[in-house]
Design a protein around this ligand. Structure first.
Ligand code: NAD
Length: 282
């Protein structure tokens, strides 16, 4: 979908704001699940480096249009939007075809859309298992297989899979999420090997707790439920596993993603990079 801002400025990305050279000028980037949280932070950092971005995810139309316009205003590049439901392979195929049709290329894919459900495995609803596997793992298989032809044809591609510390270690009650994120790391390595000689890299970022609006809401809820301070919730409940006792930020995840998509990361592929304050060093 194109907004007024994107229509007016279709060609602006080749003449970046202020005339400065940015690492991703001329690149076209899809970030799944980017209407909020980490995905939006990543999309903004890619746009800051000059990429034309495609947002995806759910949310109120006016809020999404505001984010599209905010990206254009701040970074001078268009931000398109696709409402494709990442649990539906045919919707993913439609979205990728539309991007390649409109832009003539797809250089960067960030698989970020993700959902969670917490329950002991003997009580884990099978339909939640299926949904989590579909969005957190199978969707990445589809975006990758469908975008590789454009990347191989151009001799350039950057794929970044947003996994989790739970791609490297487990926690109880998160069976589907842990299985999907571990699977995503396996997919990452395979795609890296297949694309290695074609200048297509594939890496995974494994965040611990990241500060998002969702986490912010949890802090107040938990503080009320346990009758403890916000500081105690952060330190002793949410960040119990995270040695540095600090949330990562969406900007930090965005910066790392933009680096992995840039020219200086050409030799980094097949990696799983923890951004977890030491959690998985335990
Ligand atoms: P979030 O809930 O703020 O954002 C999730 C995004 O995915 C939203 O844009 C939502 O609309 C979209 N989405 C959900 N279902 C979708 C579907 N079926 N189709 C298309 N879009 C869909 O979550 P977040 O915290 O920003 O998490 C983003 C990613 O980072 C997830 O893969 C998550 O597992 C991972 N992660 C998050 C944390 C954290 O602490 N927040 C830690 C480690 C990993």
């Amino acid at each position: 979908m194109t907004t007024e801002a994107t229509k007016r400025n279709e060609d602006l990305d080749v003449y970046p704001k202020g005339g400065e050279i940015r690492n991703l000028t001329g690149r076209v980037a899809l970030v799944t699940g980017s209407t909020s949280g980490i995905g939006l932070g990543i999309a903004r950092k890619l746009a800051e480096q000059g990429a034309r971005v495609v947002l995806n995810g759910f949310g109120p139309a006016d809020a999404i249009a505001r984010e599209q316009n905010a990206i254009f205003e701040a970074f001078g590049v268009p931000a398109a939007y696709s409402a494709a439901d990442m649990s539906k392979p045919e919707a993913i195929a439609g979205m990728i075809a539309e991007i390649v049709d409109r832009e003539g290329r797809l250089d960067i894919v960030v698989n970020n859309a993700g959902v969670q459900h917490v329950a002991p495995i003997n009580a884990f609803p099978p339909e939640k298992w299926d949904l989590i596997l579909a969005i957190n793992l199978t969707a990445a298989f589809h975006t990758i297989r469908l975008s590789l032809p454009s990347m191989y044809a151009n001799g350039f591609g950057r794929i970044v899979n947003i996994a989790s510390a739970h791609g490297l270690v487990a926690s109880p009650f998160k069976s589907a999420y842990v299985a999907a994120k571990h699977g995503l790391l396996g997919l990452t390595k395979t795609v890296a090997l297949e694309g290695a000689e074609k200048n297509v890299t594939c890496n995974a970022i494994c965040p611990g707790y990241v500060f998002t609006p969702l986490v912010e809401a949890q802090i107040d809820d938990q503080a009320r439920a346990h009758n403890i301070s916000r500081e105690a919730v952060i330190r002793d409940v949410l960040l119990a596993q995270q040695p540095n006792k600090r949330f990562a930020t969406v900007e930090e995840i965005g910066e790392l993603t933009a680096f992995l998509c840039g020219p200086n990361a050409a030799s980094i592929t097949g990696a799983a990079l923890p951004v977890d304050g030491g959690w998985t060093a335990h």
